[in-house]
Design a protein around this ligand. Structure first.
Ligand SMILES: NC(=O)c1ccc[n+]([C@@H]2O[C@H](COP(=O)([O-])OP(=O)(O)OC[C@H]3O[C@@H](n4cnc5c(N)ncnc54)[C@H](O)[C@@H]3O)[C@@H](O)[C@H]2O)c1
Length: 454
């Protein structure tokens, strides 16, 4: 059933308020590695009609509008005013100087035939020098790095890059999606507590300010939406949340929800919905790409581990339901195994129990392709973050939790991990933005019609 809420008054004005996606949208990517190059090559191939945007909700997903009986399900891209793929321009930074074609060849995700078909477009994208510090990612040895005496200078150099990119590429708007490496594990500290202390920390060169935070700071200072695809702390700190609201800029993160965690947040809500108990969930992976190499360092793995471990507790709520979930033992392992490259293989062993406590097991062996799963998420986030900015939605964009392993929420709110609730929220946010009735899936109206005909 579609229902009206008082919010619709606000919604209609929001729709009027949302500006059209006129002109070119610059998509800035710190980290032009496997994920970023697979996304860019894919978009260029799709623009040439060589492929389809499979896995992209904005391009292939549909959304129900109105009552079920109306049978009105437009594509999301035809419902909300998103930038057209032909209006996207890509740019980015990397610690290696390879252009996007070379970087995509090195990443070994896409076939040479497809890469050659878009070679000229990819070769034209050359990374800007990175704001990088090896103390945060020990397993990388790139030298395409900015020189600056303080973090403040480094941030200013990024702000200049952003400005120049916008002018040189004649963009009307920009978004930034972090596709760089996973940094070492960091916790929030005093320098992160306010914008004033953060800016002082930039000038004092405080080591608690990681390179990814410099990019986020530069983006937000420039009013450019920032999404965090890695599990790094980055914008999850009061200082940058404050800056995002001050500059009226959307932020979201963190850590793209792809292979194993995607499966977890599809399956766990189903087990929980049927009140089946779970005593153990053991997850292990092997992968051999550069991301795997970075995660081979225990300090970097810790960042990923914390992100991956967070999902099950929120879905199962062991405190609310101790009979079913208090024994749950959750373990996650990632092993660097070069022969598999980007083709990650994951195994899950799930120990569950049912009626009268009888035990059962589920085994999942997912032979996935990491960057193939991640690329459409980067595209969707770029388009939705641009929409959010045009709709005047600043700060944390919880409605984009759908895309992340560790969704960013207001500090006092628990994140939502159940992928179906995440989608429900995303779709209703789009309806809300467009002045459409929100949908609670009661569909009572349709049955009232039936009853009246009997
Ligand atoms: N592929 C997936 O399924 C997936 C899922 C979730 C999260 N992620 C995260 O997305 C990120 C990208 O993954 P990937 O497979 O493309 O990794 P990748 O190693 O192929 O690419 C990352 C790139 O970032 C560059 N880089 C590192 N620090 C940088 C800095 N400070 N400035 C500019 N460039 C920098 C590296 O040189 C590298 O080229 C990683 O953090 C990964 O953990 C990936």
């Amino acid at each position: 059933m579609a229902y009206n809420t008082s919010k619709n008054i606000k919604t209609n004005s929001m729709k009027q308020h949302t500006t059209e996606p006129d002109g070119r949208l610059g998509v800035l990517l710190p980290g032009l590695g496997a994920v970023a190059t697979t996304m860019i090559a894919g978009v260029e191939a799709i623009k040439k009609g060589l492929s389809q945007p499979v896995g992209s909700l904005t391009q292939m997903g549909t959304i129900r509008l109105g009552s079920k009986a109306d049978n009105n399900r437009p594509r999301i891209k035809d419902f909300v005013p998103l930038a057209d793929l032909n209006d996207l321009v890509f740019g980015g930074w990397d610690v290696y100087s390879d252009n996007v074609y070379q970087a995509a060849v090195n990443a070994k995700v896409l076939e040479p035939g497809l890469l050659n078909a878009v070679r000229a477009e990819l070769e034209a994208i050359v990374p800007m020098k990175a704001a990088f510090d090896r103390n945060y990612v020990k397993n990388l040895d790139g030298t395409h790095i900015k020189e600056a005496t303080t973090r403040y200078e480094m941030a200013q150099a990024l702000i200049d890059d952003i400005e120049q990119f916008k002018t040189n590429n004649d963009c009307s708007r920009l978004v930034m999606i972090w596709c760089g490496s996973t940094e070492i594990y960091m916790e929030e500290s005093a320098v992160h507590s306010s914008l004033a202390s953060f800016e002082e920390g930039l000038r004092n060169n405080d080591p608690a300010i990681a390179p990814s935070m410099l990019y986020a700071y530069a983006a937000l200072k420039s009013g450019v939406p920032f999404a965090n695809g890695a599990p790094n702390l980055t914008v999850d700190i009061p200082a940058l949340i404050e800056l995002s609201y001050l500059t009226n800029t959307p932020i979201c993160g963190k850590d793209f929800k792809t292979g194993q965690t995607l499966m977890k947040t599809i399956l766990a809500p189903g087990l929980q919905a049927r009140a089946l108990g779970v005593t153990g969930w053991f997850s292990t992976n092997i992968l051999g790409n550069r991301d795997g190499l970075v995660l081979d360092d225990p300090d970097n793995f810790k960042t990923k581990e914390v992100s991956k471990l967070s999902v099950l507790d929120e879905i199962f709520q062991p405190e609310q339901n101790p009979e079913l979930y208090k024994e749950l033992y959750h373990k996650v392992r990632i092993n660097y195994y070069p022969p598999h490259g980007d083709n990650k293989e994951s195994w899950d062993n799930i120990d569950i129990f049912g009626w009268l406590g009888y035990q059962m097991q589920i085994k999942i062996n997912f032979l996935c392709r990491d960057s193939i799963l991640a690329a459409p998420l980067v595209l969707d986030l770029a388009l939705f973050m641009d929409l959010a900015k045009r709709a005047d939605m600043s700060g944390i964009q919880e409605w984009l939790s759908f895309y992340f392993k560790s969704p960013q929420t207001a500090p006092e709110l628990a994140p939502e991990h159940d992928i179906f609730r995440q989608l429900f929220k995303l779709e209703n946010t789009l309806r809300y933005l467009m002045g459409e009735d929100l949908i609670a899936h009661l569909d009572l109206e349709d049955y009232q019609d039936l009853a009246s005909t009997v």
